[in-house]
Design a protein around this ligand. Structure first.
Ligand code: NAG
Ligand code: NAG
Ligand code: NAG
Ligand code: NAG
Ligand code: NAG
Ligand code: NAG
Ligand code: NAG
Ligand code: NAG
Ligand code: NAG
Ligand code: NAG
Ligand code: NAG
Length: 778
């Protein structure tokens, strides 16, 4: 596997992106061709276990090149629609084997044993063992495939598979073939992958010779299972209802003039969720010129524009760290997808974003990273979310092609809108975001209970009525939801405060304290009596339903997983009673008997293996030493997390990518964000210098480490601890966090580093990062 440098400029951030990280071992990352937040994500599908299609292990076979895909998700295989597949040889049209099992093919293998695949932002290619080379490129709603058949392929053929969507969920497949031009028009109805609901998808596929011309296909016909029906033009007229695999097959003339004997055929694949006519018009509008190199270079320009906003000095930094940083930044811009013009639910002039999967994953780190360098795309996503609330009643949480999918925790559109507004309230009008509509959308989540709070909004009634207790009756991840609802409400209070709605701000900040009702100080870990106080579920009558604090943790003696499939008998969801309360860590420290005991608790989480590197609710834990005035310990922990669980290998992610990319990015940048606040926790970056360009402010903020001397290999020790901080030459109020203002004005932050881990946040009254109970967040 190679990372190809289509851009010879070493300085270009795009050259440091490795798209194959996390394609093995459950990262479920997508290494195909897409533009930033593109709807179309065209990529290779294999029969391995990556939900995003591609498996980097050479023993897995290629099953097709499909047009959509999700990235970094769990659930089931999403959006693996409309696979194309090159068939270089069969004795006769009718003899071609078209089912997924009979056509699947290995890739060519390089001398190091890896498959002959390569990818860079906006481009993917592979050489199949059949001798066909496949290259992929994309615009927002159209994929462009280039198939180069070997000279031995006397009749090059390409099939369009309408029914294999990764889940075999298809009903009502339709396909027509125009024998004059070879245009294939298809549609079907498919199942979503993380909840109830189905969707229609439409495609329009055209073919063209590259370097030679032909007038349409030489043979054509639909197929069912392994039976292509020559000269058929309409699937519905040629088969009865047996078998489950349907598609169309075309034969093309060989390019007899080609010097190398190869035949190159372009396939342009328009996609729509509205109609086949719109799939065709999308393709015609976006790729009218059929120029593969132009499509690649346009998408590279879009990627370069975004990725170059973060610049690093790489002196004394190994190449792997640079690749990890830019690959993480790249993966921050894959989802959600810009489906504007493709919303099957309603017509609107507002942008429409879909593929939220899920906000529970992304609200913590992905949107705060967008705040730093990409406010325009962030504003479009926020507008799209507000438009969904206007039409459906609640902000989206998880969503696939217009279908609300399962809720994991709270209503986390709240934090995303609040993050936007806390950071950009003064620019909201300029970015076309209505403050009134934004606030109305937040209140709907907070106050109005939807018919099914497993799919939308929250279980608001019980949360409001009991106001001091847990939400819910029994067994419905009640503790996790209570903690997440509390943070949702905290984020709403932050917006209310900016809008001058003092009473609302007080109400929601008070609801944000309801996490306290799940805190039972008397619970200890079996066998460890000195770690006391945990979150616990309660019965409806207020008494406690004892839950072992190790329950649902990565080190649970009963090995409960507490995923959604655990039939929701648990009080917890994908995290354990060993949790955190990001909005009021100062108070959590009080509950845990002060800084020293709190630090011991954090150390215990790591030393006894209770830290879950794969789950988003754990992401802040390595940085929580900051609140106990021990930021050096956060620096070391966060670096140990990176060195243990994140690397540039195929298996370099500990679990579903979800928001792992933006999380790893922040750790590498020496920061951790708290969404819907104006503060970023500060540690030392892995680079002597890192800068963020924010196009909205036209400003660049640079964080420089004086006497940077490299990163310790295993994250332990090193000259990496922040001893003092200056902003624009002046001593700063804290060594532990930076205010948002530092980034809006374009500042120079200078860190003095030391190898003494016992650094502190400083001695001023504002040295410790804010918490609700110590005065709140301004
Ligand atoms: C891939 O296909 C080859 C040849 O058809 C077959 O031998 C092999 O078992 C397949 N690999 C997997 C992982 O199914
Ligand atoms: C595939 O083969 C072509 C030569 O036919 C070569 O240029 C290319 O680098 C190979 N690998 C990939 C991944 O395209
Ligand atoms: C959107 O507008 C078009 C054109 O007027 C109409 O055909 C279509 O049904 C509308 N879609 C929805 C979901 O209302
Ligand atoms: C109490 O907790 C146990 C363990 O999680 C669970 O199986 C049980 O259903 C809970 N009971 C109630 C009434 O919440
Ligand atoms: C914890 O134990 C103390 C002493 O037995 C008792 O007074 C208190 O009510 C208990 N707290 C809870 C929440 O059960
Ligand atoms: C509270 O409810 C639980 C579960 O229904 C029950 O086991 C317990 O006895 C009740 N306690 C009181 C004091 O009513
Ligand atoms: C890379 O990261 C993965 C996932 O956390 C881990 O399993 C693997 O051991 C790491 N590989 C190396 C070489 O550190
Ligand atoms: C942005 O700032 C640069 C200098 O930092 C300046 O040259 C440029 O004109 C500014 N652009 C705009 C649009 O204000
Ligand atoms: C990390 O590396 C340092 C220096 O090589 C070594 O002293 C230390 O024991 C290592 N720590 C761990 C946890 O591996
Ligand atoms: C780092 O640089 C500062 C200022 O240049 C200097 O005072 C300090 O001694 C240096 N520390 C180390 C560990 O090199
Ligand atoms: C840091 O503080 C700890 C605990 O007080 C102490 O054991 C250690 O020696 C200190 N380390 C340094 C480098 O001063």
């Amino acid at each position: 596997m190679r990372i190809i440098l289509l851009v010879p400029l070493l300085a270009a951030a795009t050259a440091h992106v490795n798209l194959f990280i996390g394609t093995v071992n459950g990262g479920n990352t997508f290494p195909g061709a897409t533009v930033p937040h593109g709807m179309v994500k065209v990529g290779m599908d294999t029969d391995g276990d990556n939900f995003a299609g591609y498996d980097g292990r050479p023993e897995f076979n290629v099953t097709g090149f499909s047009q959509l895909h999700q990235a970094g998700t769990g659930g089931a295989v999403p959006l693996s629609n409309f696979k194309l597949f090159p068939v270089p040889e069969c004795s006769a049209f009718e003899q071609c084997l078209t089912t997924i099992t009979s056509r699947k093919t290995l890739r060519s293998i390089l001398s190091d044993g890896s498959p002959d695949d390569s990818a860079s932002p906006g481009y993917f290619s592979t050489n199949l063992s059949t001798g066909v080379r496949v290259e992929l490129a994309a615009t927002r709603r159209t994929g462009l495939h280039r198939y180069t058949f070997p000279s031995t392929s006397i009749v090059p053929r390409i099939l369009l598979d309408v029914t294999n969507d990764g889940q075999l969920s298809t009903i009502s497949p339709e396909l027509t073939i125009n024998p004059e031009t070879g245009r294939m028009i298809a549609s079907a109805n498919f199942a979503t992958s993380f909840g109830p609901g189905r969707y229609n998808a439409y495609t329009c596929v055209d073919f063209k010779g590259e370097g030679f011309t032909f007038d349409g296909p030489t043979e054509w016909g639909p197929y069912k299972i392994n039976y292509p029906d020559k000269n058929g033009v309409d699937l519905s007229q040629h088969y009865y209802s047996w078998g489950s695999e349907h598609g169309g097959l075309l034969s093309f003339p060989q390019d007899t003039e080609s010097p190398s004997g190869t035949t190159t055929i372009l396939a342009r694949v328009g996609i729509s969720f509205i109609s086949t006519a719109q799939a065709c018009s999308n393709a015609e509008a976006e790729i009218g010129d059929w120029d593969f190199e132009r499509v690649v270079s346009d998408s590279q320009d879009q990627w370069r524009d975004i990725l170059n906003r973060v610049q690093v000095d790489t002196e004394n930094v190994d190449a792997e760290t640079v690749i990890l940083l830019y690959s993480s930044l790249y993966r921050t811009h894959i989802v959600p997808g810009d489906y504007s013009g493709e919303n099957p639910g309603w017509n609107s002039s507002e942008p429409y974003y879909d593929a939220f999967y899920c906000n529970w994953d992304t609200y913590r780190t992905l949107y705060p990273l967008m705040s730093l360098h990409d406010p325009e795309n962030f504003a479009l996503i926020v507008r799209g979310m507000i438009d969904i609330q206007k039409h459906e009643g609640w902000l989206p949480e998880a969503r696939e092609v217009g279908n609300p999918q399962f809720i994991q925790g709270g209503s986390h559109g709240d934090e995303i809108l609040a993050e936007f507004f806390v950071k950009f309230s003064e620019h909201a009008a300029e970015l076309d975001v209505s403050a009134d509509d934004l606030y109305t959308a937040l209140l709907a989540d907070a106050e109005d209970q939807p018919p099914n709070w497993n799919l939308q909004g929250r279980q608001a009634n019980v949360w409001k009525e009991k106001d001091t207790t847990y939400p819910g009756g029994a067994n419905t991840k009640q503790v996790s939801r209570a903690l997440e609802y509390a943070f949702d409400d905290f984020s709403i209070s932050q917006v209310a405060k900016i809008l001058g709605k003092t009473a609302d701000a007080a109400k929601y900040v008070s609801r944000a304290q309801n996490y306290l009702n799940s805190w039972n100080p008397n619970i200890t870990v079996p066998g460890i009596s000195d770690v006391a106080g945990f979150m616990q579920p309660r019965f409806a009558n207020g008494t406690w339903n004892y839950t072992d604090p190790r329950h649902c943790s990565v080190n649970d003696p009963l090995m409960s997983t507490c995923f959604l499939n655990a039939i929701r008998r648990d009080g917890f969801y994908e995290f354990s009673p060993i949790v955190y309360v990001p909005q009021d860590i100062a108070h959590l420290i009080t509950l845990q008997d002060g800084n020293a005991r709190f630090i011991e608790r954090l150390d215990w989480i790591f030393s006894d293996n209770y830290f879950d590197s794969t789950d988003e609710p754990s992401q802040q834990i390595p940085f929580m030493y900051h609140y106990a005035d021990a930021p050096g310990l956060s620096t070391q922990r966060s670096r140990q997390v990176i060195s243990t669980w994140f690397n540039t290998s195929l298996n370099g992610l500990p679990g579903n990518d979800g928001a792992m990319a933006s999380y790893a990015f922040f750790f590498l940048a020496g920061m951790y964000p708290l969404p819907a606040t104006k503060q970023f926790l500060l540690s030392s970056p892995y680079f002597p210098q890192i800068s963020f360009f924010n196009p909205l402010f036209n400003s660049t903020t640079t964080i420089k480490s004086l006497n940077f001397s490299g990163n310790p290999a295993n994250g332990t020790g090193g000259n990496v601890f922040v001893k003092s901080v200056k902003v624009n030459g002046e001593a700063y109020k804290s060594n532990c966090y930076l205010e948002w203002e530092v980034f809006t004005t374009g500042s120079t932050v200078e860190l003095e580093l030391t190898d003494n881990i016992n650094v502190t946040c400083g001695s001023g009254k504002d040295a410790l990062p804010p918490s609700i109970s110590t005065g709140g967040y301004d």
